[in-house]
Design a protein around this ligand. Structure first.
Ligand SMILES: NC(=O)c1ccc[n+]([C@@H]2O[C@H](COP(=O)([O-])OP(=O)(O)OC[C@H]3O[C@@H](n4cnc5c(N)ncnc54)[C@H](O)[C@@H]3O)[C@@H](O)[C@H]2O)c1
Length: 438
């Protein structure tokens, strides 16, 4: 394929070297003449393992050319990979100056190009940039339509500096955010041989998932480092601890706890986080990330409270009260806190939870609910149908086919369902279903 690559920094230079190594003709484009001269001379513009030898090889192959002329590069290639920098602006926002200027230039080039062309954005860009910012610019400058005369898509880059050639050849996956089949086919032709899945998704999800990946990496590093600071103060071997933590691939290094849902609660996580923060404080160790977790959890609860209040309705039915399905443990259940807050605002509540029976609540669990919801006995209903029938708003904190079927059977069009569990397909529920934050 004939490929043009815009921006020959770490991402662009490595892509140029690897794609030409794989037999493609590549045009490298940059505004930095020095980088172009280096590449033309078979030298690498970035310090990366394996790049010195690879650049020599591909320059000698005759498959690499360089230019500062973006228009010519678009006209002389079938597909363009955009890898220009997207650094932070002074206020923390993304400085999109380079990519916006480039989009205008590419649009003008497309105006006079008669062959079909695919533009693949590979720079990390905030969600919505391709469809709401770059597409309008390119369509206006070219006078042509995305999806008809040319194709835009987004393919996040996962290489890590220091091992980028190895990462190029063995990425975790290839993600393509596209609205049409043609750009996906083109990218499959370029990257389909790699030993990983190629997954097609929406452009916005592809843009967002790149941020999630980097945020998750930063979160994990900070978690290990905060743990190490605390371990150090406590005389515990942090490497041993983190190694043990990582050996749990059922709950720790796994998909567990990584699905959006309602706030966490229960008899363990909140109290143990509080104890950890206190322990750190008493040893003069700062753990801002761990200490902020409960605050973030409260924020999630506040979102649910505001959603219920925004309906302006007063008869609220709760489906689920314990901190998770399948238990009667009410201690620090976020649903109990939500119920308490709504009662405080003068709402009328009725509650259905198949696991919660006043007669069997014992010990700390009973004391907890009696101090937080003193009239719990009067609120509890044994029949889910009755709770549904008597409510204007249903707060669903319990998942399962029984619940969904009851909602399908009992809900009316004048009701609102606030879905805290991601009920999934809402087909058949007559009420207006609102997800918590989805
Ligand atoms: N560095 C990484 O490991 C990495 C990994 C994944 C994703 N990314 C993302 O990829 C993008 C590029 O990162 P990088 O580290 O390669 O950046 P970089 O700063 O090393 O290189 C960017 C290049 O773009 C060039 N450029 C700027 N304006 C241009 C224009 N109008 N036309 C042509 N070239 C232009 C610059 O001269 C520079 O050579 C960023 O959005 C980054 O967030 C980087």
């Amino acid at each position: 394929m004939k490929i043009s690559i815009f921006g020959l920094g770490y991402v662009g230079a490595v892509s140029l070297a690897c794609l030409s190594r794989d037999g493609h003709d590549v045009i490298g484009v940059d505004i930095d003449r020095n980088k172009l001269d280096l590449i033309a001379a078979g030298k690498t513009p970035v310090v990366e393992e394996g790049m010195v030898e690879l650049m020599q090889r591909v320059a000698a192959s005759g498959r690499v050319t360089v230019t500062t002329d973006a228009g010519a590069a678009v006209r002389d290639s079938d597909i363009s990979l955009v890898c220009v920098g997207t650094p932070s602006a002074a206020n923390g926002s993304q400085d999109q100056g380079a990519i916006l200027r480039l989009a205008r230039e590419m649009g003008r080039a497309l105006a006079v190009k008669t062959q079909p062309h695919v533009i693949v954005f590979r720079s990390t860009i905030v969600p919505g940039t391709v469809e709401d910012v770059l597409r309008p610019i390119i369509e206006e400058e070219s006078g042509k339509r995305d999806g008809q005369d040319f194709h835009l898509c987004f393919q996040p880059e996962f290489l890590r500096e220091g091992s980028s050639i190895r990462d190029y050849d063995k990425p975790p996956f290839t993600i393509v955010g596209a609205n049409h089949e043609h750009p996906v086919d083109q990218l499959r032709a370029l990257f389909g041989h790699l030993p990983c899945k190629l997954i097609r998704t929406s452009v916005r999800s592809a843009e967002m998932m790149k941020y999630c990946c980097n945020n998750f990496h930063a979160l994990k590093i900070t978690f290990a480092n905060e743990t190490a600071r605390l371990c150090d103060a406590l005389g515990v071997d942090a490497f041993e601890v983190m190694d043990l933590v990582c050996q749990d691939t059922q709950l720790n290094i796994s998909k567990a706890y990584l699905k959006p849902g309602f706030a966490f609660g229960g008899s363990c996580l909140p109290k143990d986080l509080r104890a950890t923060s206190y322990l750190a404080k008493s040893h003069d160790v700062e753990v801002p990330m761990l200490s902020a977790i409960l605050k973030s959890n409260e924020e999630h609860l506040a979102v649910a409270l505001n959603k219920v209040l925004a309906t302006g309705k007063r008869r609220i039915g709760f489906i689920g009260l314990s901190f998770k399905s399948g238990t009667d443990d009410l201690r620090e259940s976020p649903l109990v806190t939500l119920a308490e807050q709504l009662i405080g605002k003068g709402m009328q509540l009725s509650v259905y939870d198949p696991e919660v029976h006043m007669s069997t609540l014992l010990g700390a669990n009973r004391r907890y609910i009696e101090s937080h919801l003193p009239h719990i006995g009067q609120l509890l209903q044994a029949d889910i149908g009755q709770v549904i029938a008597g409510a204007d708003v249903l707060v669903v904190g319990l998942s399962g086919s029984d619940v969904t079927q009851a909602l399908v059977r009992g809900c009316r069009a004048d009701q609102t369902v606030i879905d805290l569990v991601n009920l999934g397909s809402q087909t058949g529920i007559a009420a207006q279903v609102e997800g918590l934050c989805w």
